[in-house]
Design a protein around this ligand. Structure first.
Ligand code: HDE
Length: 737
């Protein structure tokens, strides 16, 4: 020990942490990359192979020989190419990038260098995921999305393993196996895949009132994001920041997409699950390939320790959020995702996150859910990798050196030098040494804890409904309707009446109108009379008990619609056309949209070149067989008499417009294009041909006369596109899309 202490004050390594930058991880991975370009095929031993198409056999039609080392190696490798998928979050998509702090203002609160050094770009790897479905399930199912970030910092790996919703279903980690058992496909018949809409989940949920707040989020449009690039991320738990002086503060961490939060509509999500099960994965991949790098701003909510008990909820209760109206979110830096992985398995599948991967300046709290996670994540990797050496897999390695005495085990890569593999030692010169705090040694926050050993939930975790009500009250009418429809779907799939009744009873604690609207759709009695009175008095007594604490009745920030960012960049537009289209007009519009980062694709009956009305040609990007309106954010019908006449006879083109209309997307038509709208069987709307030179917009339908100026058309179109959905149309859509 003496030996260690003597060594402690010396600068000990040749490694220079200042050299860690944006490229550090990429450079490290380069050593492991393989590129077959202009290379011979070899065995795993490096032996060149002359034939990999025929096994070694005894004679022309004889049996295969055991001595065929190439066949045996090839087959054995193949037989072992799968590893267990993650028990939750099995389906994911990853991307590389970097994080950069805006300034050093966080120094007041944390000594974590990557959050306080504005000149440093820290490499990151992010994995977005669904939770419930298997690896091959569809992307657009109703589900929570995982948002896990590994920061390869100069002080070691820090993992922020969050979700796209701020609360969670349960308060204590010990309930996680039950929650996941209930929501996964039922054990007897393995149905349904990637969906909570079945008896087991709602049975569990109806008996776990603490899940009510999270359920409101899962039933909202947040559970069907338009893109991983357009959803928020939340650390969920309250963590702790610790500054140089050792002072601790509570902190909640948030990711905010620069493109704003956008969602699919439920009908669209269900159809996409069939037409393009990789919708979110493809979107992320293509955006990065096109140079449209997803960006997220990291924000923090900081609470002083003195205020720990100031709120009407417990900061350690993960089923609660801190309303922004009580503690604002301070943006502290930005993450840019700018590189796709080279290999899905090696990177996205093998990346291993762990909320216990911390760096100095950040620590955990006693949130009982977080505490459960601190055990689970390392353990689960052992099931996936069958060895604790998974940390040596390239994607998991920190960009700083690793020195310890954890040797051996399956697939050990590191060749530890010397004969000493224990501490304390004198034979190894006392190395590797302990680092005191000032040399970057991690010191756990010295929180005072005392108490009896008990198995009991804290009373401060008792209020299960206030924040569910807060969420409901903060929604717009449209958002409320979507929640009710989602409940009609989810509970409509539940066969056991008693479960549906119990859920309605729970919902009555959130809002009696909500419960009544849901009850009506699922054959359950609306809670009235004494039941309703009892609910009201239970809630009132809670409110009274907590009346001296900080809380709000409404939080507009919770509503995706109220906080809508009218961004249009990277949205995709379908231009419906056929021969005879006004190709010149299309090119002009395409250019103008491109300048705003909006991409227009020509969609037609067949691939090939369309002959424009003035002889110009237009290349078709997508045909009707392989695409649909659900794969675009808006639809545009250019002028061109012949083109429009042809499309009026094409069911696919008419359905395209009709479906986009019912999904409340922006639709635009120019000149004769308006006739396609008129023929597309959209009920309850008259599409008026505007004056020759004018542009009109009504309920997100932009129409331009034959002589209208392209510039003013595009500006009206972009304005409507910024709204993203025109919900006033939902009422009109009597017949579903
Ligand atoms: Fe996880 N969770 N979780 N979780 N979680 C896993 O770890 C677990 C929880 C989250 O892209 C597993 O490596 C327990 C909350 C994400 O690789 C497993 C509890 C939040 C990912 C596990 C929770 C998350 C996981 C499965 C309750 C949001 C995907 C594979 C005590 C803050 C990470 C793995 C990736 C993955 C356990 C609750 C987010 C089994 C026991 C709350 C984003 O260890």
């Amino acid at each position: 020990m003496d030996h260690n202490e003597k060594k402690n004050d010396k600068p000990q390594t040749t490694f220079d942490p200042d050299k860690v930058d944006e490229n550090s991880k990429n450079q490290q991975l380069e050593a492991f990359r393989e590129d077959p370009k202009e290379q011979y095929y070899t065995t795993n031993q490096g032996l060149r192979i002359s034939d990999t198409d025929n096994s070694l056999t005894a004679g022309d039609r004889g049996p295969t020989l055991l001595e065929d080392f190439h066949l045996r190696e090839k087959m054995t490798h193949f037989d072992h190419e799968s590893i267990p998928e993650r028990i939750v979050h099995a389906r994911g998509s990853g991307a590389h990038g970097y994080f950069q702090a805006y300034d050093d203002s966080m120094k007041k609160y944390t000594k974590a260098k990557f959050l306080t050094e504005p000149n440093r770009r820290t490499p990151v790897f992010v994995r977005f995921s669904t939770v419930v479905g298997s690896r091959g399930s569809a992307d657009t199912v109703r589900d929570v999305r995982g948002f896990a970030t590994k920061f390869y910092t100069a002080e070691g790996n820090y993992d922020l393993v969050g979700n796209n919703m701020p609360p969670f279903f349960i308060q204590d980690g010990i309930k996680f196996p039950d929650l996941v058992h209930s929501i996964k496909p039922e054990p007897h018949n393995e149905m349904p895949q990637a969906s909570a809409a079945h008896d087991n989940f709602w049975d569990f949920a109806s008996l776990m009132p603490e899940s009510t707040h999270m359920l409101m989020w899962v039933l909202s449009d947040r559970a069907i994001p338009r893109s991983f690039r357009m959803m928020e991320g939340f650390g969920v738990h309250t963590f702790r920041f610790i500054n140089e002086e050792g002072k601790g503060r509570f902190v909640k961490l948030h990711w905010r997409p620069m493109l704003g939060v956008k969602s699919l509509v439920w009908d669209e999500a269900q159809k996409l699950a069939g037409k393009d099960a990789d919708w979110l994965r493809r979107d992320l991949w293509e955006a990065i390939e096109e140079g449209n790098y997803p960006e997220f701003e990291l924000g923090v909510q900081i609470v002083e320790e003195e205020d720990e008990h100031a709120f009407a909820f417990d900061l350690l209760d993960p089923t609660k959020l801190i309303p922004e109206e009580l503690v604002p979110i301070t943006p502290i830096g930005k993450m840019v995702l700018n590189r796709n992985p080279d290999n899905f398995f090696a990177e996205t599948e093998q990346v291993a996150f762990h909320p216990g991967n911390l760096v100095p300046g950040i620590d955990v709290t006693n949130d009982p859910l977080l505490q459960g996670r601190l055990f689970s994540y390392l353990d689960t990797q052992l099931n996936r990798f069958h060895s604790s050496n998974f940390v040596e897999v390239p994607i998991n390695r920190p960009v700083v050196p690793v020195h310890n005495v954890n040797g051996a085990g399956f697939m050990r890569h590191t060749i530890n030098k010397g004969k000493v593999n224990y501490t304390p030692n004198s034979l190894g010169g006392g190395c590797p040494m302990m680092a005191p705090e000032k040399m970057g040694g991690y010191v756990h926050y010295m929180e005072k804890v005392e108490g009896h050993k008990i198995r009991k939930r804290s009373e401060s975790f008792d209020d299960h409904y206030s924040q569910a009500t807060l969420f409901w009250n903060s929604m717009t009418e449209t958002e409320k309707k979507h929640i009710v429809s989602a409940l009609h779907f989810e509970l409509g799939k539940v066969e056991t009446l008693a479960v549906r009744e119990r859920m309605v009873h729970n919902l009555a604690h959130v809002d009696l109108d909500l419960a009544a609207m849901v009850a009506e759709g699922i054959g359950v009695e609306v809670p009235t009379g004494s039941v309703a009175e009892k609910v009201k008095s239970t809630l009132a007594s809670f409110k009274e008990k907590l009346s001296s604490k900080k809380m709000v009745d409404e939080s507009p920030a919770l509503s995706q619609e109220k906080g809508k960012k009218k961004t249009v960049a990277t949205l995709k537009i379908a231009v419906l056309a056929d021969h005879g289209v006004d190709a010149e007009q299309v090119m002009q519009i395409k250019e103008a949209l491109k300048a705003e980062g909006v991409e227009a694709k020509i969609v037609s009956k067949f691939f090939g070149k369309l002959k424009g009305k003035n002889g110009n040609e237009l290349e078709v990007d997508k045909n009707h067989v392989t695409t649909a309106s659900i794969m675009f954010d808006a639809v545009l019908i250019p002028a061109g008499k012949e083109s429009v006449e042809a499309m009026k006879k094409q069911g696919d083109a008419l359905h395209f417009v009709n479906e986009a209309f019912k999904h409340c997307k922006t639709i635009a038509a120019l000149g004769e294009g308006i006739e396609l709208l008129q023929s597309s069987h959209i009920q309850g709307v008259d599409f008026v041909q505007p004056e020759a030179s004018s542009v009109t917009t009504s309920k997100g339908v932009v129409t331009a006369g034959t002589g209208a100026d392209v510039k003013s058309f595009v500006s009206s179109f972009l304005e409507s596109l910024g709204e993203y959905r025109h919900w006033e149309r939902e009422e009109k859509a009597m017949i579903p899309a």
